[in-house]
Ligand binder design. Structure first.
Ligand code: KG4
Ligand code: ZN
Length: 333
């Protein structure tokens, strides 16, 4: 089945065409970062307006790159939630219009389920497994019994890991979005230069907490560098903060594998693109004889191929959605 995926939950307008749930024929992502940068974060009103401008050109581009036309598409999958309501509505309404015009089935996808299935686009991952979704909005550990059956084992009690990256980057004056900048800067820094807390790292739950870490960085800066952080200290600060995030994520995720007696773990979501996290997870998983499945960085961050992948599964197993379906801003999985 040839599925068109559409994703507009946040600040990326994305469309992709996936064949038989596995072959990515095109994967187009139009980012709005430059429009939000000067505000230090996403402005929802700007995001929805930009999605409106971009959605048709992005869908067209996805069709062109796949050497296809609308009549070749057999089903549509669209991110229905969670996310910014004004942004979601653009994708949902575009998907409804195309599905109605072409009389093809339509399904709404939970963005988190899309992230969870992204690693499955690239390889066969054993089931059951532990899947970590670590992004700007979520840090969730799931026990995936099979596709469509997920148990949430733990989540962040405050900030998501990506949110902590973005907030720390902002307080260090590094701009938005922070993850990539901190990742790059940290490559020249000493991760042991500053001692930051790893909240909840050794407790019995699978939950995370990153808000205290962010505050620790804030006080470290205030106390040690009241006149501003010198340029040459930034890499050490970035590396030390990053190491605290990575240690928490790696420890908790592998602990979940051990508790659930599962020997496969998959990482997905924007923060799963982080170079230090990928390296440490590889080393620690190997020590504990757990097979690690990493996703290409293009499929870690928001994309529509993962939505089409989830859609292929749903259209094969469930009934298509009625056209009355609507965007859902809060939708836990
Ligand atoms: O999955 P995603 O694209 O959108 C959400 O669903 O949230 O994730 C975006 C988040 C942002 O917080 C961004 O700073 C973070 O992922 N991110 C990274 C890296 N690339 C993106 N964080 C750490 N290291 C990276 N290389
Ligand atoms: Zn996402």
């Amino acid at each position: 089945m040839i599925i068109l995926g559409i994703e507009t939950s946040c600040d990326e307008t994305a469309a992709a065409i996936v064949s038989n749930g596995s072959e990515i024929l095109s994967n187009v992502i139009s980012t709005q970062v430059d429009y939000h940068k000067k505000y230090g974060g996403i402005v929802p009103e700007i995001a929805s307006r930009k999605h409106q401008e971009n959605i048709i050109p992005v869908v067209r581009e996805a069709l062109d790159r796949a050497h296809m036309q609308l009549q070749d598409i057999q089903g549509i999958a669209v991110t229905q939630g969670p996310g910014l309501i004004g942004s979601l509505l653009v994708g949902v309404n575009a998907a409804k219009a195309i599905a109605y015009a072409r009389s093809i089935p339509l399904v709404g996808i939970n963005h988190l389920e899309g992230h969870m299935l992204a690693p499955h686009l690239e390889c066969d991952i054993p089931l059951p497994n532990i899947t970590l979704v670590v992004s700007g909005g979520h840090t969730n550990i799931y026990y995936m019994e099979k596709v469509g059956s997920y148990r949430l084992l733990g989540k962040t009690r405050d900030d998501a890991a990506g949110e902590a990256y973005d907030k720390v980057a902002k307080l260090l004056g590094l701009g938005y979005p922070g993850g990539v900048v901190i990742d790059r800067l940290a490559q020249n820094g000493n991760p042991a230069a500053f001692s930051f807390p790893r909240p909840m790292m050794h407790d019995a739950s699978c939950d995370f907490s990153f808000s205290g870490l962010k505050t620790a960085v804030l006080y470290c800066v205030k106390n040690n560098f009241p006149d501003g952080v010198p340029e040459n200290v930034l890499p050490d600060l970035a590396a030390s903060f990053q190491q605290a995030v990575v240690d928490s994520i790696v420890e908790k995720t592998l602990q979940a594998c051990i508790v659930c007696k599962v020997s496969a773990v998959a990482l997905t979501g924007g923060v799963a693109a982080n170079s230090r996290l990928r390296l440490h997870m590889q080393q620690r998983a190997q020590e504990r004889k757990i097979s690690l499945y990493l996703t290409s960085t293009i499929l870690c961050t928001d994309n529509a191929a993962m939505i089409a992948k989830a859609g292929s599964f749903k259209l094969a197993h469930d009934l298509p959605f009625p056209y009355e379906m609507n965007a859902i801003s809060r939708w836990p999985l």
